[in-house]
Design a protein. Sequence first.
Length: 82
Amino acid sequence: MKLKDFKTIRNRQRPDLMYQYKHYLSGYKIEITTVNSGKSFLVTIESLAGDGRTYLQDFSKNDIKTVDECITIIEQQLNEMK
């Protein structure tokens, strides 16, 4: 998994400091969100619920310092969930 696979969503009021990377992968929604004005990141992995429309949170971790570290954590967590 690479950062270029994610869609970047920027905040309209503070696009340089507040943004989110979002990626959909085989029934999972994966998000990397900026926290503290871009100083750290929050990783969230959600799975598609039985109704096929909503997502249920499976994993969340905050206070991650780099995007590369976020991707490593996502890959490890997805391997554990299989």
